[in-house]
Design a protein around this ligand. Structure first.
Ligand SMILES: Nc1ncnc2c1ncn2[C@@H]1O[C@H](COP(=O)(O)OP(=O)(O)OP(=O)(O)O)[C@@H](O)[C@H]1O
Ligand SMILES: [Mg+2]
Length: 558
């Protein structure tokens, strides 16, 4: 008889243990990963605090161009050189720059840039070199390489973060005064400078500045190298003399090509069309003027007394309203009225072009080619900011394909903004986009879809503006404003048309030469055939063939 299976009696403790999932390693791990208790407004509040600008950029150093050691070295040199050139031009001094890179270890360098500019007032040095967003160029609309007030302090901060070394500055503002030596470093938590050395010192120039930054970097040759940046800077700034001492001990001297300073372009006030609501409100609140009509007339360009009245009427605001009391609602009305009123385009004498001729000379100094052309557009406006585009093109560059005779090289694009070369982020730049979108096949060169054209050529494009709209704080690529893209394309197309005409002519010449060679080869046979068919005498054959030869010479157009 089969035994009836009786369920085993279990104690309540064992039952509970069995119903509980077994404590395996997996469950333990799962429990450890269990979500944290949900945050409450209060627990979140405990963590909410303001972030200093320098803390932000220390974490996001790629936004400032310090994403890898090679680029970091270039960015540091670029920030110091751009500042030196800006300062010299502003003080109307022909710039003489000494750029030195010294290797301390394989991945540690000092960058030293010395200029003969106006120098920097003692009190300002700590803030300029160890405080982000401190500068003289942000609050104005004037052509310059610097704009944001971040550049040199960011380079100093990168140096401090990677090597712990402060920035060293020597500056002298007058030949009758001693120079001042400072060692400063940024306190990132507070975005304020800490000064470790502040003393008088000797300086070989009557006025000028020397900045030394120690940083982790990589010094490498190539298209995006410091060497290339210095070469392109010399090309776009023929009025500057630059001595470059490389980390490998080599010295390159770029002598001054132009004995005069370029015109600097006038500072302008913002044009009402380019001002957004928030900025309009801030400008009104910051204005020292007492009446709305005066604010419109004096703090903006191209607004006459009559126009100011019309704008106020359209906005249904009193011309006597105090700008500092403007409400958001009133600012909205004012903003709308501005955009409904026809205002003359901004003055464009605030931009100084390099000039087509100078640009072409600059290109000639760097690349040897068979054909050069250049063009300079007249000024145009984007978002109320005047700008101007210039381009120069060289074709038939020797050894433009890196030594490979089989491979057709891709065009070399040199991008410049306010005389400062841009070496990174090419494909994100409006200049690249515009050049790629031009149909180069119209100009007798080949081009793969969505790429730069092919051929032994170099194209240099300069954008000059009172405010260059960069895509990020590292100032590497120009933003894609339709007005800017259009102007670049027009300039590039102009160079392209001239290149097309040159290449077509060159082709015609080649074909004609080929035909002539052909005829010349067959002339003796024609003589023989004529002798056979017409039974000509030998001296008649010579006569006929020499006549044909003469005719060939007479019709030679090249
Ligand atoms: N070599 C120099 N000679 C004289 N003044 C200088 C020099 N370097 C910097 N300055 C001053 O210091 C300021 C700050 O320089 P910084 O590079 O930080 O900002 P910027 O040049 O104004 O803008 P950006 O961030 O776009 O470079 C400049 O605006 C300029 O007034
Ligand atoms: Mg700068």
């Amino acid at each position: 008889m089969a035994k009836k299976l009786k369920p085993k009696k279990r104690s309540s403790k064992t039952a509970a243990r069995l119903t509980r999932p077994k404590r395996t390693k997996k469950t333990v791990r799962r429990r450890e990963r269990a979500p944290e208790p949900a945050a409450t407004a209060e627990s979140m509040a405990a963590q909410q605090r303001s972030i200093s600008i320098s803390e932000f950029f220390a974490k996001n150093r790629h936004l400032l161009g310090f994403d890898n050691p090679r680029k970091a070295l270039l960015t540091a040199v670029k920030e110091a050189v751009d500042n030196s050139l800006d300062a010299c031009e502003e003080a109307r001094i022909l710039p003489d720059l000494l750029v030195e890179i010294t290797a301390l270890q394989q991945d540690k360098f000092t960058v030293t840039v010395t200029d003969n500019g106006p120098g920097i007032v003692r009190k300002q040095i700590p803030n300029i070199f160890a405080r982000l967003l401190y500068g003289s160029k942000f609050h104005r609309l004037k052509m310059s390489r610097g704009q944001q007030g971040i550049g040199i302090s960011a380079a100093g901060m990168y140096g401090l973060l990677t090597t712990g070394q402060p920035v060293e500055i020597v500056s002298r503002t007058s030949s009758s005064k001693k120079a001042q030596l400072y060692h400063v470093q940024i306190d990132t938590a507070k975005n304020k400078p800490r000064i470790s050395v502040d003393q008088e010192c000797d300086f070989e120039l009557p006025t000028g500045t020397r900045v030394t930054i120690t940083l982790k970097g990589k010094h490498q040759k190539g298209r995006q190298s410091v060497d290339e940046y210095i070469a392109q800077t010399a090309m776009a700034n023929p009025h500057a003399g630059i001595v470059y001492k490389s980390s490998n001990g080599a010295t390159v001297e770029y002598q001054r090509q132009a004995k005069e300073l370029p015109p600097t372009g006038r500072q302008i006030r913002p044009h009402p069309y380019g001002v957004e609501l928030g900025l309009l409100l801030r400008m009104a609140h910051d204005s020292r003027l007492k009446q709305l009509s005066a604010f419109l007339r004096k703090d903006f360009s191209r607004v006459s007394a009559r126009l100011a009245r019309t704008i106020c009427q359209k906005a249904k605001l009193s011309i006597r309203l105090k700008p500092s009391k403007l409400t958001v609602h009133q600012a909205e009305a004012l903003h709308a009225a501005i955009n409904k009123t026809k205002i003359m385009a901004p003055a464009t004498d605030c931009i100084a072009a390099i000039g087509a001729e100078r640009l072409e000379e600059g290109l000639k100094a760097v690349v040897k080619a068979d054909f050069y052309t250049a063009t300079s557009r007249s000024p145009s406006v984007y978002s109320g900011n005047p700008f101007l585009i210039e381009a120069a093109l060289a074709y038939g560059i020797k050894d433009g394909n890196g030594g490979d005779p089989e491979r057709e090289p891709v065009m070399r694009l040199i991008r410049i903004a306010n005389r400062a070369p841009l070496l990174y982020q090419q494909s994100a730049c409006a200049i690249y986009r515009s050049v790629v979108d031009v149909n180069w096949r119209n100009y007798s060169v080949t081009q793969n879809r969505g790429s730069l054209p092919n051929g032994p050529m170099a194209l240099m494009v300069n954008m000059a503006s009172v405010w260059v709209p960069f895509t990020s704080e590292s100032k590497e690529a120009i933003a894609h404003y339709p007005e800017i893209i259009r102007e670049i394309q027009l300039a590039v197309q102009d160079c392209g048309r001239k290149l097309g005409a040159y290449l077509r002519r060159k082709k015609r010449v080649q074909q004609e030469m080929e035909k002539r060679r052909y005829i010349e080869t067959y002339l003796p046979y024609i003589g023989e055939a004529l002798q056979d068919i017409l039974s000509l005498k030998q001296h008649d054959v010579i006569l006929v063939t020499s006549r044909l030869q003469e005719l060939l010479e007479k019709t030679r157009r090249i």
